[in-house]
Ligand binder design. Structure first.
Ligand SMILES: C[S@@+](CC[C@H](N)C(=O)[O-])C[C@H]1O[C@@H](n2cnc3c(N)ncnc32)[C@H](O)[C@@H]1O
Length: 217
């Protein structure tokens, strides 16, 4: 655990707690979330997706890890996609490839990216991930940062195995919904966690519905 914390927080100068308090970062993330919510409401999507603390933490970790290539599975309306892109813009380099089946939700994510000038940092891949994922990965040699958030969660392991040989030592993998809800894990999560345990330093935070933070050994 100590080693993981050191790996996670000790590598780059950026201090995650300072990042949380940075008014510029707070206001950017607030505006992104508000924009996605407003656009979602206009299109009849009323339920909240990933909450502010998770979005903020992912933003901070992208700055901490300075990735060039980020993979996100499950864009939905793009809270996390746009937060990741905002952090990439802050870093001055990198791109997030994000995958979503629902065209209406993907358009909301794209519209927010346009409003915030984040489109150059995002490659939106619309369609069934089972058809688009392998094809997209063929064009990518190195994956520095991953955010698994597809539904169903059984797909995490499939996605992870497809990406594994492209993730270098030190690469970061985050996964959402990895903690038991009403004492039950989502289907497929235990197999995914078992797999990750061998290859990654990791913490499964009891944060929201669970957030696995892992760094490749
Ligand atoms: C939990 S949500 C993602 C939330 C998003 N990361 C956020 O922060 O708002 C999971 C998403 O996976 C999408 N999804 C489900 N099956 C899919 C598939 N076969 N291919 C691509 N996307 C899929 C759903 O439409 C849904 O938007």
């Amino acid at each position: 655990m100590k080693k993981m914390i050191k790996e996670l927080f000790g590598r780059v100068d950026t201090n995650i707690l300072n990042h949380q308090c940075d008014p510029y970062v707070q206001s950017r993330i607030n505006h992104i979330i508000r924009s996605v919510k407003r656009l979602g409401r206009d299109k009849g999507k009323r339920f909240a997706e990933t909450t502010y603390p998770t979005v903020w933490l992912i933003h901070a970790l992208v700055i901490n890890n300075q990735p060039d290539t980020v993979i996100e599975t499950g864009t939905c309306t793009g809270y996390t996609t746009n937060a990741i892109a905002d952090a990439l813009e802050y870093n001055g380099h990198g791109r997030v490839y994000t995958f979503e089946l629902n065209e209406v939700w993907m358009k909301i994510a794209q519209e927010t990216a346009r409003v915030f000038d984040l489109s150059p940092y995002i490659k939106f891949i619309t369609g069934d991930i089972h058809k688009t994922f392998s094809k997209t990965l063929e064009k990518i040699d190195n994956i520095d940062f991953v955010y698994h958030d597809i539904d169903p969660k059984e797909d995490y392991l499939w996605e992870q195995k497809l990406m594994e040989n492209k993730i270098p030592s030190g690469g970061m993998v985050i996964a959402h919904d990895t903690y038991p809800n009403d004492l039950r894990y989502e289907k497929g999560i235990i197999d995914f966690l078992d797999y990750m345990e061998e290859k990654y330093f990791h913490i499964n935070l009891p944060y929201e519905r669970g957030l696995l933070l892992a760094i490749k050994k």
